[in-house]
Structure formats: C-alpha cells, structure tokens
Design a protein around this ligand. Sequence first.
Ligand code: ADE
Ligand code: ZN
Length: 350
Amino acid sequence: SSDAAFIQKVPKVELHVHIEGTLTPELRWKLAQRHGIQPRFGTGSLKIESLEMLRMAYDNVISSAQLPSSGPTDHLVTFFQAYYSGFDFLRTKEDFFDLAMDYFRRAAAMNVRYCEPFFDPQGHTGRGIALSDIMEGFRDAQEEAMKLGVQSSWIMCFLRDQSPEAAMDQYKAAKMYKDMIVGIGLDSNEHNRPPSLFDEVFTLSRQDGFRLTAHCDVGVKDTHQHIHQVVDTVAKTGLDRIDHGLNAADDEALVSRIRNRGLALTICPWAYLRRETYTSIAERLRTLVAAGIKVCIASDSPVYMDHAWITYNLLLTKKMGGFTDAEMCQLVKNSVEMSWAEPNVKESIM
Ligand code: ADE
Ligand code: ZN
C-alpha cells in the first residue's frame, strides 16, 4: 500500500533492537553447520531436521503470558527460551561479525541510516566466549556497514536476572571498548528485578560518560515503580531513556515527570500486541504523544516476534494511532533527536 511505500522510503533510526534478537533461522542453521552442532531451538524438545522445520519453530514462539497454568509445557517455547537458545551458536569473532552484518544489511534495505543495537555480553562471556571476539566481530561489521550507509553505536545491556556484582564485573571488563559503546542498558527478565538494584553500576557508568537506559516492559508487575526509578532516582537523577515504558500513560504524575525531564521512550508496539489489547496500546501511545513526550518506534527482538522489523512496527503504529504522514515523520524525527549520535552524525541521517 502507499503507507508501506511511504514508511519504506523515510530515512530511519532504530534505537531498540537486540542484536541477538535478529538471529534469523537461516543464520542459526548456517552457524549450526559451521560448528557441527544440532540446530536446537527453545527447550530443545523438538528435533529440528531441516531449515524448514527451524523456520516453523521460530513462528511458534509464545509469550509467557500464554503458558497454560497446568499440564506439560515442554512442547511450547516462550520468548526468552527462544531468544537465549540462539546464544550457543555464537562462538567466534566471525559468528558475531555475521550476526551484526546480517542485521546491518537488512537495516540498509529498510533505509535505516543509524542504529544503536543492544547486546548482552554476559550471555556470551558466561559461556567462555572472549569479550574481544564479540567486540572485534562487531567492530568489523560496523565498518563494513558504513559502506552501505548504515552508521551505528552499541548499547551494552546487563542481564537484570543476574546479580549487580556480575553487572559491575562485566562493566569493568568492557570499559576498554568505550569507543564502540555509547550507552548502558538493562534487559532480560524484569520480574522482581527493579532498576534500583543496579544503581551503583549506573552511577559509575554516568560518571564515565555513558548514556543510560533501562527496560520497563509493558504489563510487568511493579512497572510504575520501575518507571519511577528510571525517571527520578537511579544514578541520582534518573536515566536518559526508557525502553518501552508505555505504562507511564496510566499515571498522570508520571507523564508530567517524564515530560519535564525530557526523557524519551522507545516503543515497540508489535511486542505488546502479543500480550495486550490493541485498544489499550493505542490509547496509551496516543496519551504519551499528546502529552508531548518524545517517543520513537522500534522493533525489539524481531525474529522471535513474528519477524516484525521496524518498518512493520511503524506501519502498525500509523494504523493504531491514526497518525498522519506528518505525525509519522515527527515520530521518525524523534528517533534522530533521541539518539545518542554525535551532532554531525545526526545531521547526516535526515
Ligand atoms: N532481551 C531481548 N529481548 C528482550 C525483551 N523483549 N525484553 C527484555 N529483555 C530482552
Ligand atoms: Zn528490548
């Protein structure tokens, strides 16, 4: 349709994509062959015998909210099981190069000019992978991507279901790659893991000059408390961005605080549609935009979310919010302004 053509054409910025959440079935298959290992998926209970079967497994990932309350669940694969089961295929510098390059090529095809992908180093170093292999693979891909017109900088995330001490150790080990890493984030399972647990490492990261963000996912228990910490208290003044944070719209005081602090939100609507109603998402999105909060649209972990990349999320947003072309352009412009790119890079994007 003309909406799709319009969205394809606009120069875009992607600020919320987990690089490990871009591992396609094709690349997982190729890496399994490269290392002579089974192309496992999720719990591994299904023996994957062909690329076709692997593609089907990807298309059957469920949200944990959909898990039945009783009976066996081994045949079902939740988002986190699917996502983390991809890590074992990433072993060498070449693997990390291929992962990043695969995404950058797709970004170029979608007319994404700049991105700040997340990566989860603890999910790799914890398996004995050298941080240098991760970072050097990423660095080579970034340089190659420049030739395609895609610029990038990384956001290093801590796994919040691991300890704050583990986050601090990872932080210290990664500081030598500061030239590649623009920001620090917080992801993985949010249940009972408030951002305040990581206050010390966020405070130190701020002192060292990193930009800061944290996931406050939709529908998480205590989400308002988590958003509050990200806005006001963690690292003394709060962080610089919120990943998701859609539930802020439920609370007028929180909306004001976010607007007054100039905090920006990365919103990934397709991810929420798997768990929440269309109407509730649309209303909250419109509330935030109408309040003058800087919101941008992003994709999260597209391959485990029905392959909904940024273009699809933008198209969905346009329909959902009833936004005009001009309003859509403003949302894309927000992503440029919210980004942590240097001014000259920002100018080169639009
Ligand atoms: N890591 C990768 N994708 C994630 C998500 N959607 N929420 C939290 N952590 C993640
Ligand atoms: Zn995310």
